[in-house]
Design a protein. Structure first.
Length: 324
């Protein structure tokens, strides 16, 4: 790949040796602008720059986005030519880098297919909000919704340390005052201990088990990922039920919580790692909130009363068969 117009020494240096952490994206953007100004096409610039950026530690998606950002603006006047032709070599990738790029390309294609297939899924798996209420293995119609917190806790092993919060920030780090740390530690208890309470102990929980004696709701404190929770802020309740039904092909549905707001939270048994990776690529394209894939992300506890609406968060569906 060659350019008849000269490039600044900064750009040539970047192409040869890359950039250090902290300046990788800015140096890539500057180089992309120079290649644009030198008359190269966007695809030529991506061909030259993306492998360079990937070898520095950026993802292919990040690098491609930066190059596209440069080409979204008009070219400036190129620097004056000195009559020399410049050849730009593609940096050689290690096998690991090449494998990572291939995996990212696969994920991007998978996400594109999922996004284009959303309308088909909503039609093919249409089932409606009442579908899950009517087929819940545990009969929930005759129970008191305020007691649903006891039922959701039965999905965990008795010894699983479960976080239950009265608010999202019921969590401490080691720099907080001792009394706050002690309070936050009290929000992490084995499921069996929570079941000794006489009323719903909080409006929020987390679908995973934490390390014993922790006081911090963060990913590094998660001991075991038990469940994958799905929700959508863009699909209505009937539509998201179609996505839940589609997802049942890949993971076992255990519970659906009506959040007493506009959304539902579906609890699926944690699938195998390869299936989880694919679902994490596909489900956001189907309208699901990808923040729910964070291991320590909170979700709504059934039985709690939602302050904004005054309504009780409740179970719509529950399957306890074969649980711990």
């Amino acid at each position: 790949m060659r350019s008849d117009r000269p490039l600044p020494s900064r750009t040539l240096q970047y192409l040869a040796t890359g950039a250090r952490e902290g300046s990788r994206n800015s140096e890539l953007l500057a180089a992309a602008c120079q290649l644009r100004d030198a008359g190269m096409s966007e695809s030529e610039a991506e061909h030259a720059l993306v492998p360079r950026a990937v070898s520095d530690g950026l993802t292919e998606g990040e690098a491609g986005g930066t190059v596209r950002s440069a080409f979204s603006k008009s070219a400036r006047e190129p620097i004056q030519s000195n009559g020399e032709r410049i050849t730009i070599e593609r940096p050689r990738l290690t096998p690991e880098q090449r494998q990572r790029i291939e995996a990212q390309n696969t994920e991007r294609r998978m996400a594109a297919r999922a996004h284009s297939g959303l309308a088909t899924i909503l039609q093919k798996f249409a089932c409606g909000f009442a579908y899950y209420g009517n087929r819940s293995p545990v009969n929930l119609f005759n129970g008191n919704p305020r007691d649903d917190w006891r039922l959701i806790l039965k999905l965990f092993k008795p010894e699983d340390v479960v976080w239950v919060g009265t608010k999202k920030n019921d969590s401490a780090n080691d720099t907080h005052p001792p009394e706050w740390i002690a309070y936050c530690r009290s929000r992490f208890r084995p499921a069996a201990d929570w079941l000794k309470e006489t009323q719903c102990p909080g409006i929020l929980t987390c679908p995973n088990a934490f390390k014993p004696d922790t006081h911090s709701r963060r990913d590094t404190e998660v001991l075991t990922r038990r469940f994958l929770v799905l929700e959508s802020d863009t699909l209505d309740k009937n539509q998201v039920c179609a996505v839940f039904k589609w997802t049942e092909q890949f993971a076992k549905l255990r519970a659906i919580v009506d959040t007493a707001g506009k959304s539902l939270h579906a609890w699926f048994e944690m699938p195998a790692a390869d299936v989880l990776g694919q679902l994490e690529t596909i489900l956001p394209e189907l309208g699901c909130d990808d923040s729910m894939f964070i291991p320590s992300q909170p979700c709504r506890m059934p039985g709690g009363c939602r302050a904004e609406t005054g309504r009780v968060q409740s179970l719509l569906y529950l399957d306890l068969e074969g649980t711990r």
